[in-house]
Design a protein around this ligand. Structure first.
Ligand SMILES: Cc1cc2nc3c(=O)[nH]c(=O)nc-3n(C[C@H](O)[C@H](O)[C@H](O)COP(=O)(O)OP(=O)(O)OC[C@H]3O[C@@H](n4cnc5c(N)ncnc54)[C@H](O)[C@@H]3O)c2cc1C
Length: 411
């Protein structure tokens, strides 16, 4: 059953509703029956990836001339939300690819870079990723140790990234490296790197995830799949760079000015992460409403108890607020308006709402909530990453506080 979300016509246009119903139908038909199996096996869902590519879900906000659907960020947010409502390992496939890999190329890339890299990403031929975090630098991402040294018309990259979504299955990555060690954040450059998917047989079988037109770079390898609490079907790995030769034309934006591209990408990525959180919360809420309407104790349906009704009401309030904050931040970014604070507010609020709503959904299922028979335990595990990825809750508070002081004139 479609969850009643209230009248959202103040925020959404026809194409947003259209993409919502298309993605919802797909997620319920193709993802819901296999989500738990992929969570258990921790395998990457190649078949569904290919179907999502077929539906155009990897290029929603990008121009049609680059193989995209020519829609907008809000449409991508809604698609992410609807996928996450059923399974967050699937939603992050579209989310990380769209907001972290393809978007910076579309916003900062040259025409030639868009043709070479955005087209295969937006057209759903290959998957992309974003390499910022390193073993020693997460929240303090500017402390990265990966270096790029200039040699003629190329750069030689050495270093390591960790926790990279699509690390193994992806083929195009935006990676940060220090190019002027004495210049702090003004000495970091964004590079576009290519490698071959680590599952070429699967990619060939489903006809998605590999392009013969991209040249894999020597010395760019990946580590083993990292095992996680949730997002288990998402492929997360280390990236390793050993004397990787990157030509000048693969510098995204300007040399030494890459950090602002990462920050801009994170502003958008936080809206995307809020959408995952919102979708997970909505999915868990739908399950909780259904279950509390069926389960009987003390001779009554448990949703007859006011204590249960209060819990459902509190969950609904958080979801509604998370949705409006997320759509609002997306609208600001779409319109080219300042949105740093709003993106962090949406991400912070929605991720905490997701954790709270999923935990309560498990509680409302009693012992069955703790069992793998019901999806709410997976949703609770998947929700946790939304408080960590794209900047932890604490980092969002730092960003919001900085913006407050900027607006009030302290800084
Ligand atoms: C499943 C998964 C997928 C990911 N995908 C990607 C990806 O695709 N690309 C990528 O680049 N990264 C990715 N990440 C990395 C993610 O962005 C980082 O894990 C995150 O930014 C936190 O960094 P950290 O893990 O090093 O934690 P740390 O920075 O070490 O933080 C540890 C704790 O200290 C707190 N803390 C740190 N600094 C402060 C401070 N100044 N004030 C208060 N508290 C502070 C943090 O909030 C946290 O609670 C992924 C992570 C996971 C788990």
């Amino acid at each position: 059953m479609a969850p009643p979300m209230g009248d959202l016509s103040l925020y959404l246009e026809d194409h947003h509703e259209m993409i919502r119903s298309m993605v919802r139908e797909f997620a319920e038909a193709e993802i819901a029956p296999v989500a738990s199996r992929f969570d258990e096996s921790e395998e990457f869902p190649w078949d569904n990836g290919a179907k999502m590519a077929e539906l155009g879900l990897f290029g929603i906000p990008f121009d049609e001339e680059y193989g995209g659907a020519g829609m907008d960020l809000l449409a991508a947010v809604i698609a992410t939300e609807e996928l996450a409502r059923v399974d967050a390992s699937h939603s992050i496939m579209v989310g990380a690819h769209t907001s972290l890999a393809a978007t910076p190329i579309s916003r900062w890339g040259t025409e030639e870079q868009k043709q070479r890299f955005l087209s295969p990403l937006a057209g759903g031929q290959v998957l992309g990723g974003f390499g910022l975090t390193e073993p020693g630098s997460g929240s303090d991402s500017a402390a990265m140790r990966t270096v790029a040294e200039k040699k003629g018309d190329r750069w030689i990259l050495n270093g390591q990234k960790t926790w990279i979504t699509h690390g193994g299955v992806g083929e195009i990555f935006m990676v940060g490296a220090v190019t002027s060690p004495d210049k702090g954040t003004r000495g970091i450059t964004a590079f576009l790197l290519t490698k071959e998917t680590c599952e070429p047989l699967e990619a060939a079988r489903v006809g998605f995830g590999h392009s013969g037109e991209l040249t894999p770079m020597q010395g760019f390898t990946v580590g083993q799949k990292l095992r996680k609490l949730g997002w288990n079907a998402s492929d997360t790995r280390e990236l390793i760079f050993e004397d990787v030769e990157v030509p000048d034309e693969n510098v995204l934006g300007e040399v030494d000015l890459g950090f602002r591209i990462f920050l801009d990408t994170l502003d958008g990525g936080r809206i995307g992460m809020a959408a995952h959180a919102l979708g997970i919360a909505q999915g868990a809420f739908d399950e909780a409403v259904r279950y509390t309407g069926e389960r009987e104790q003390f001779g009554k349906r448990i949703n007859d108890f006011q204590g249960v009704q209060f819990m459902l009401a509190e969950m609904q309030v958080k979801i509604h607020a998370a949705r409006l904050l997320t759509y609002h931040a997306a609208r600001l970014r779409m319109d080219g308006k300042p949105h740093k604070k709003e993106a962090s507010i949406a991400k912070l609020f929605a991720s905490e709402a997701a954790m709270d709503v999923t935990t309560r959904a498990v509680q409302l299922h009693g012992g069955y909530g703790y069992s793998r028979e019901y999806p709410v335990e997976r949703m609770m595990r998947d929700a946790k990453i939304t408080e960590i990825g794209e900047g932890t809750t604490e980092i969002q508070k730092i960003v919001i506080a900085r913006e407050i002081f900027r607006e009030y004139g302290k800084i």
